[in-house]
Write a protein that binds this ligand. Sequence first.
Ligand code: HGY
Ligand code: MN
Ligand code: MN
Length: 416
Amino acid sequence: MTTLAAARRIMQRCALLASCSEEASCLTRPYGSQALLRAQALVADWMRDAGMQVRRDSVGNLIGRYDGERDARALLLGSHLDSVRDAGAFDGPLGVLLALACVERLEARARRLPFALEVIAFADEEGLRFHTAYLGSSALAGAFDTAWLRRRDSAGVALAEAVRAMGGDPAAIAAAARRPEELLGYLEAHIEQGPLLETLGLPVGVVTGIQAQSRCELCFTGQAGHAGTLPMAHRRDALCAAAELVLAAEALARSEAGLVATVGQLTVAPGASNVVPGQVRFSLDVRHADDGILARAVAALEAEAARIAARRGVALEWVCGQVTPAVTCAPELTVLLEAAIAAQGLAAPRLASGAGHDAVMLARITPVAMLFVRCAGGVSHHPAEAVALEDVAVALAVLEEVLERLAKQHAAEAGV
Ligand code: HGY
Ligand code: MN
Ligand code: MN
């Protein structure tokens, strides 16, 4: 099968996986959902057809292993299969299917590398349902906080229940952890989710690092009341307090280079048009490439939220659910990616990742590197997300070139 034909199959499979959704009108595939299980079943079949041993770990990550000729250590490849709400078809699945295609093409040539390959389809990178990113890769990195098991989704279902729905075991999450000595590294291909490669007119780029991220959950509690009879001067309107904080976050992010702040989820209670909002719960996602700048920005926003609460006579709850430090990709893998891109006759731009990725967690236990693939208009976390067939073919060729260069390195080190 030519590289272009393999790329076409990847695109077809991305489309098929996109039909696995919890919502009929759009693509939404959260952790623990039947849609995710259907998507995993398709990928598991493709993995088995590629001669891989397939398993699910105790948190529900799907893992396919392709043994090597003489080294049991594994190079991990992959990305995530879960999605955000109203998602595109490529954020996550493209990386899983590019990795799988590398193994399929090795199997088709009856070629075994000196080391093992493991393709991982992480079960929850986005944190759509329980608001903690990287649940799947956290477990694999031994960084899963068992307190998360008590988190509940909007329907009140505990994360522990979702783990069981994924075929996992909440009492054995630690068993998913991988030992650094059994790994050679982690390589993830992912759409860029930004406009740089398109601006440069290039199909792929090399990721230098992934910015730090803080995910907080906020709640203002005031007093619900009659929209017609409660005088403005007597109101403790929780939504007006939240609105002030939302705009304060935007203003702070606009004032600091490289800082981004987003309120993506907001729930108003009791949620009637003729009732003054008594309580507002909302998310706050703040990111920066520098851990210190991020920490100071989050602290400044927490102080501002307290001032707003005092001024308006409302109560404030501020829970910082998760902080993930900035991660630098491993130079020894990054130079291989650059050489593999150059071998295609292409320039190899270096770019930082504003988006989070499972590589953030894997970096705790093994060297990581990421290959970005151009996406139309830089659009992502949106149904208009799109990649070009030719760019997927280039990404596949680059990954295969990296594997061959790693195999040569490995052979040289082994003196064979
Ligand atoms: O939020 C992110 O950056 C990623 O899509 N989880
Ligand atoms: Mn992603
Ligand atoms: Mn995403």
